[in-house]
Ligand binder design. Structure first.
Ligand SMILES: Cc1cc2nc3c(=O)[nH]c(=O)nc-3n(C[C@H](O)[C@H](O)[C@H](O)COP(=O)(O)OP(=O)(O)OC[C@H]3O[C@@H](n4cnc5c(N)ncnc54)[C@H](O)[C@@H]3O)c2cc1C
Length: 415
């Protein structure tokens, strides 16, 4: 590469999208990862492009739910006891951000990103000739009990006000959309404006191929070697050192490994999650992702099989896997859908990178000229990767950003 304008560190869906947007704007970009594009968190998700997101993921409420979690019987959440003292302040802040007015503030601040999330994917997939991965038939949230469904009223009312398409269905109506589901639930909401992809890994790889077509170069290297070299940033790669005036940190859950030593200490936590693929029994199938809300898991039809993804586990990012949630929820999942044999011997484990206000950081790194941040997309990084890449590229190239980037700035955490 004769000249490099920007180094993007991390080739998950977030970094690859940012690199692609920068390359489309004429910058010479090097995308650096220690693995291939999309092979970490961006591989293992449920594939939902949820442009309807209004509120942050709810903090469990009600004595019953909290007790089940405390007793380690809950399928929707798990924790490592030794990790709780470390995460307690973050959990309290997270809880405050999911309540009342704070959740409406989140909805307002994040709407510009969510509202554009699907069209940004569509543009990139169309340009790449890869629309075959996109299913525009929404996703289905199931409610086994009346109370859990009634608790969605606030969200549905708000969605109504904003004109976000959704249909309230009874069990039979939902089963006419997805006939392989058993009648173990009473209500469903079909979020018709959402979409999903049949292979999240392939989608990131397609974006990386598009990046190459725009002149971008993907290199193997350890992002933690990033350091100042005169007026530039330098990173060591297998192909030698690369220098550029600007660098973007898009390392998802690994961002603190690089940023901490540079003195950029932002309060990122991890919600670990597991998945496993299953063959459906006989002719059973799903046409769209389905969430069993009471048990907190999703069944998503993928090219690899039916992917079952779990809710959150609070544990050190690098602690050994403890997929107890999968064991706890399998009886309910098998009662809902005829899951046959598991495809892999061991479940996949990934970490959702989350700030306590559930917003990502997109913008400049405080105190480090030329360093940019694009990470912390939590539960919706696949959804938000391309739109975040657009916003970041607009900011980095001095174009008018399509929305006010202030809610995503690192400065919101204070000096
Ligand atoms: C179970 C589960 C289900 C999910 N379901 C959905 C969903 O349905 N829809 C949705 O929108 N989101 C979903 N998510 C969230 C989504 O997957 C993440 O928010 C998103 O993948 C984060 O992307 P990223 O690019 O920031 O991180 P990553 O994909 O993890 O990318 C970070 C990259 O940095 C690289 N890296 C790390 N350290 C270094 C280093 N030292 N040197 C070089 N490279 C390094 C890694 O190799 C990796 O490629 C889910 C997550 C989980 C865990």
């Amino acid at each position: 590469m004769a000249r490099t304008d920007a180094i993007v560190l991390g080739a998950g869906v977030v970094g690859t999208s940012a690199a692609l947007h920068l390359a489309k704007r004429g910058l010479a970009v090097a995308l650096v990862d220690r693995r291939g594009p999309g092979e970490e968190t961006s591989y293992g998700n449920a594939g939902v492009i949820e442009s309807n997101t209004l509120f942050p993921h709810a903090f469990p409420s009600g004595f019953g739910a909290l007790l089940r979690i405390a007793l380690k019987r809950a399928p929707e959440a798990n924790y490592h006891l030794s990790f709780l003292p470390k995460i307690a302040p973050w959990l309290l802040a997270y809880r405050a951000n999911t309540r009342g007015e704070a959740s409406f503030a989140f909805a307002e601040e994040m709407r510009p990103l969510y509202a554009r999330a699907l069209s940004e994917h569509e543009t990139l997939l169309t340009e790449a000739g890869a629309m075959r991965y996109l299913r525009k038939d929404g996703w289905l949230k199931l409610y086994r009990g009346d109370a859990s469904f009634a608790a969605t009223a606030r969200e549905r009312d708000y969605a109504e006000q904003l004109g976000l398409d959704h249909r309230v269905l009874d069990g039979e109506q939902a089963r006419s959309l997805e006939p392989s589901l058993a009648p173990v639930f009473r209500h469903a909401v079909h979020w018709t404006g959402a979409a999903s992809v049949s292979n999240p890994l392939a989608v990131t790889k397609v974006y990386a191929e598009q990046f190459a077509k725009h002149g971008g170069v993907t290199l193997k290297g350890d992002a933690r070697t990033l350091h100042r070299s005169g007026a530039n940033w330098r990173v060591d790669t297998e192909q030698g050192p690369i220098d550029a005036k600007e660098a973007v940190v898009a390392l998802g859950p690994w961002a603190p490994d690089l940023l901490g030593p540079l003195g950029v200490k932002l309060p990122l936590a991890f919600k670990r999650g597991y998945h496993r693929h299953f063959r459906p029994v006989g002719n059973a199938g799903l046409t769209r992702p389905v969430v069993d809300t009471e048990y907190g898991y999703c069944l998503a039809p993928m090219e690899q099989g039916i992917r079952l993804t779990t809710g959150a586990e609070f544990a050190d990012r690098d602690a050994p896997p403890t997929p107890v949630q999968l064991e706890r929820l399998m009886p309910s999942a098998r009662a809902l859908f005829p899951l046959g044999e598991g495809i892999e011997a061991q479940p996949w484990l990934g970490s959702r990178p989350c700030f306590a206000d559930s917003r990502p950081v997109i913008g400049r790194a405080p105190g480090q000229p030329g360093l940019w941040l694009d990470y912390g997309h939590a539960h919706w990084g696949l959804t938000l990767g391309p739109v975040s890449g657009r916003l970041l590229a607009e900011m980095m190239t001095g174009a008018t950003p399509f929305c006010d980037p202030a809610p995503y700035s690192a400065e919101r955490f204070g000096p």
